[in-house]
Design a protein around this ligand. Structure first.
Ligand SMILES: *Cc1c(COP(=O)(O)O)cnc(C)c1O
Length: 425
């Protein structure tokens, strides 16, 4: 394939944008080469600036769960845009999407909309601190909760891909309040709580980790966290920015049957526009301004275009059975790729839950950050570029989950499996 125009556009971009990208995960630093510039997308396909068609397994890092340019979402946005794009005053559509979200997700009464997953997690932690009157938080190595200071401690996703899981610019003062635990290791969490008695406001976790590859929780792990939280007056914050409205209508809480105290959303909830949200029982949410003392605000929060896209998306997801359709497609792809890699004797481990999966080029189970980091990056690079050359677009990092979208056909999945076979033959 030819990437002439993409390369030229990237060279131009690098002159005026740091690294040529507005979010580091888009750069090809971990895999080599230059990023593909996308021109448009429809359904399961991306069309780049050189005219290549690519089967998309990123789905804008999650939001495009029904495929690109999904008509009900696009129509809703166009319709709203004609009536004004921002007012800084309340609008009816904010209540509509809030009501729908609250009806779809278990254990929440009220929801506040923000503009990104980062904002949602940052605000959720402030709320947890304000509610409990405690300062410290526990996060897990390899989990990513956006780029707010408190979370850039052994963070996953782009932070680890680019070698700065602990970012310069985060003060010691902030870092000391973030305690780091090992994913899927309950004893480790218990010890941290014991050593910091009555100081921990919340445990924040991706209930199914998706920023160190896809790592499902071990049986009993989340249940154990729930018990530890209850016993120690700690709030359990589920960062469902990735899993919310992707694993089930009610996200991981519903799929895994675990109750969180505060839930964070992003990605799918905005239907491809910049939206985040956090939600909880009224008793907790009412601590937020203007009702309570915990401050949080946003000029463009609840923006009409963003709410129109999000509402159209949630309405689509609330009818029909997208989630089991997606889970079946993901299982099919998993089995197809596993069969090829086994036959060609490529060392690998594949993790999967619902419509999230990841292919790790390492032996043994991948259950936490340490085991995820064992993957062979040279093999991943070969895999990534080989797939790209055959028209399959994967995340340009071994630490990212694949996100399937429901516009993918079984023919697309077969093509993907065949591409994998061609790469390793
Ligand atoms: C993407 C992501 C975030 C950050 O969301 P942004 O919209 O990029 O700020 C937070 N948490 C998780 C689990 C994510 O996957």
């Amino acid at each position: 394939m030819i990437y002439k125009r993409s390369s030229a556009l990237f060279a131009e971009a690098e002159k005026v944008i740091p690294g040529g990208v507005n979010s580091p995960v888009r750069a090809f630093k971990a895999v080599g080469g230059t990023p593909v510039f996308v021109k448009e997308a429809k359904g399961a396909y991306l069309y780049d600036e050189d005219g290549n068609q690519l089967i998309d397994y990123i789905a804008s890092w999650g939001p495009m769960i029904l495929g690109h340019a999904h008509k009900p979402v696009v129509d809703a946005v166009i319709d709203k845009a004609k009536k004004g794009t921002s007012f800084g005053m309340p609008t009816e559509i904010e209540t509509k999407i809030a009501e729908l979200a609250v009806s779809m997700v278990p254990n929440i009464d009220k929801i506040r909309f923000v503009n990104s997953g980062t904002e949602a997690c940052m605000s959720a932690v402030r709320l947890a601190r304000g509610y409990t009157n405690k300062d410290k938080i526990i996060k897990f190595a390899g989990c990513y909760h956006g780029h707010s200071d408190s979370f850039l401690i052994q963070a996953g996703s782009g932070a680890v891909t680019f070698g700065s899981p602990n970012s310069p610019g985060v003060t010691q003062g902030t870092a000391k309040d973030t305690l780091l635990a090992k994913y899927n290791d309950l004893a480790n969490v218990e010890a941290l709580i014991e050593a910091n008695k009555n100081e921990i406001a919340c445990i924040i976790i991706e209930p199914v980790a998706g920023n160190m590859g896809c790592i499902p929780p071990k049986a009993g792990f989340l249940e154990g966290l729930r018990q530890l939280c209850d016993a120690n007056n700690i709030l359990l914050v589920f960062d469902e920015v990735m899993t919310g409205f992707r694993l089930a209508k009610g996200g991981a809480q519903e799929l895994l049957g675990i109750k969180a105290d505060i839930v964070c959303f992003g990605k799918v909830i905005g239907g491809g526009l910049p939206v985040g949200a956090f939600a909880a029982k009224a008793e907790i949410m009412d601590h937020l301004a203007p009702l309570g003392p915990v401050y949080q605000a946003g000029t463009l929060s609840g923006n009409p275009l963003a709410m129109a896209a999000g509402l159209a998306m949630l309405e689509e997801l609330n009818t029909g059975d997208v989630f089991s359709s997606l889970a079946k497609k993901t299982e099919y792809l998993h089995k197809g790729i596993a069969e090829v890699l086994e036959r060609l004797k490529v060392t690998h481990t594949i993790n999967r839950l619902g419509s999230m999966m990841s292919v790790h080029f390492s032996e043994g189970q991948v259950v936490d950050f340490e085991t995820s980091a064992k993957g062979n990056n040279e093999t991943f690079k070969t895999f990534f570029h080989g797939m790209l050359n055959q028209g399959v677009y994967l995340a340009p990092s071994a630490f990212e989950s694949w996100f399937l979208n429901d516009a993918l056909s079984y023919e697309d999945l077969d093509k993907t499996i065949a591409a994998c076979e061609a790469v390793f033959s």
